[in-house]
Ligand binder design. Structure first.
Ligand code: IMP
Ligand code: MG
Length: 172
């Protein structure tokens, strides 16, 4: 059994999510905002973030697979579920739980580049720098963390721990 150590409390997460929501609201008022959650990890972050955004917007989801049930990347990315709304002419905001190697985000950016969106930006709750392989631009960042395997607030290890309201680092 892995032990866990608290990294981000509920209060820190909630106040940062409110700040991000306020910035997104200011930047996107009058635009055709579509917030796209990257499943599965972003489901809790997206749910809180959209309630902190007070400008009208659409919500959709995309699911890609990169990690199996382990803590290291398999290296390949596969589209599991595409968005359902037509993104042409829309202002897309991809909402990610965590950016690690950057491969998922690079793949998503490529994927949206060909869809004639008016703009594509990224919001990530956690920017984890330790294993970055691909330079990726993150427009809205919740927290920058150097290392660790994180769980809670949507983040999993083998599909567990997603329900925890705080974020922990797992010690194997
Ligand atoms: P990347 O393609 O290496 O940037 O990985 C991104 C995806 O890997 C995230 O959307 C997460 O689903 C998963 N991931 C990366 N690091 C962690 C972590 O510390 N905890 C849980 N999931 C992670
Ligand atoms: Mg995951």
């Amino acid at each position: 059994m892995a032990t866990r150590k608290l990294v981000l409390s509920r209060e820190r997460i909630q106040s940062r999510v409110i700040e991000l929501g306020q910035r997104i609201t200011a930047d996107y008022s009058g635009k055709n905002l579509v917030m796209i959650g990257v499943l599965n990890g972003a489901f809790i972050f997206l749910a809180d973030l959209v309630r902190a955004v007070t400008t009208a917007h659409e919500i959709d989801f995309i699911k890609v697979a990169s990690y199996g049930d382990s803590a290291s990347s398999s290296g390949t990315i596969r589209l599991v579920k595409d968005v359902e709304i037509d993104v042409a002419g829309k202002d897309i905001l991809l909402v990610e739980d965590i950016v690690d190697s950057g491969r998922t985000l690079a793949w998503l950016a490529d994927n949206f580049a060909s869809k004639q969106a008016a703009s594509v930006r990224v919001c990530a709750l956690i920017d984890k720098r330790e294993r970055r392989e691909t330079e990726v631009g993150i427009d809205y960042t919740g927290f920058v963390l150097e290392q660790g395997f994180l769980v809670g607030y949507g983040l999993d290890y083998a599909q567990q721990y997603r329900h925890l309201p705080e974020i922990f680092t797992l010690i194997f």
